[in-house]
Ligand binder design. Sequence first.
Ligand code: LLP
Length: 445
Amino acid sequence: MHRQPVGSINDSGHLVIGGCDTVELTKQFGTPLIVLDEAVIRESCRLYREAFRKHYPQGQVVYAGKAFLCTAMCRLVEQEGLFLDVVSGGELYTAMKAEFSPEKIFFHGNNKTQEELEAAIQYGVGRIVVDNPYELRLLEPLTKKKKKPIIIHFRVTPGVEAHTHHSIQTGQSDSKFGFSLLDDTLFKEIRNVIRFPRLKLTGLHCHIGSQIFDQKAYQKSIEVMLRLIKNIKVKTGAVVQELNFGGGLGVRYTQDDAPPSIEEHIEIVTKTVRRESTALGLPMPILYDEPGRSIVARAGVTLYTIGSIKEIPKIRKYVSVDGGMSDNPRVALYDAKYESVLANRFKESQTEKVTIAGKCCESGDILQKDVMLPKVKSGDILALFSTGAYHYAMASNYNRLPRPAVVLCKEGKAEVIIRRETYDDLIARDVVPDHLNHKVRIRSR
Ligand code: LLP
């Protein structure tokens, strides 16, 4: 069962998200505007929680903050009982400012800096997911002042290829992430850690990719990881009780996407865990899943105002919006596909084929190619669906466009959770060095 895009239509024929008329939202907050439906985020969290409760009670959901993070989002996921995965000092800082319980934070990253590790230890994060030997060398001396051991997981690349866009495949052996299984570095480092009393290895982590529909890749990676846990025990004596299979469940962007439901996904994965653990004579591990996209993608809709319209006879009709690759780089990066509607004329039939262009100075700044919409006019509001994950998080100030505002809608009430950037925000970090302080003009001849 794959879930339809969010929203409904009101009597004025307007798109409604979280009980809010989106046309009214654009009047109040301007465009581009990212609208998040709070109930949909909470529902996804609940579906994960309930799926684990039903199929594998010793499981815990860890929200992958890279999909979308701000202080309000931290509060929301903590209220929903989720842990949090952070990948940088900035994400960690955001979580701490939101007073997220540090022991529920997992710290990831393939090149954590000394400062980031120091901060993670000082805050007392729950797990540091060690990616490589260099990180271990940084970590060991930092643990000296700590009374309690630092709990770590090792990230492993299981050598499994998930069928998804190559830029978001991560489980194959040729990857920058984690310990490879093609040599014995992992075992060497585990023996090292065993001798080191202030580090306590409790688990393994793998992440095979993102936007994954095919559950066979998960089954394969679980098999590899459980065999590895057994091998580690035999070769080093270390007992690994925790396994994190790293999120990655795909979502529906268009009608061509048919991902499994959250429950189907958890059922398949946890069945594999039970079967393989029993076959290998291992106790059932504590399981962690780390979804980002499937928590927040569907909840998000981006609203744009349509401006210029250019028709090239017999070739194409370009309809330009007031955002583009600056708030949605996914089309340029991954050739991502979306569905959209005119939020102010949702009921009208789709009679013309148009290409939605952004306003950045690049021909590649296209949000949708050849899509059907009602006859478009300047001033119409375009709503692009499923933009909750990896949109604001990947937004830039390219062309010095201010990043949009993000509003959270619930039962007809809209609240800003990230305010729109202003032009002053854009220049706030600019510095003019002294020697450029007077306006010297070079005379033209
Ligand atoms: N855990 C780790 C270690 C990850 O690297 C990721 C995503 C996740 C969990 C969450 O995966 P999710 O459930 O969200 O698929 N920018 C790309 C996606 C990059 C994913 C990076 N890692 C996109 O827009 O499609």
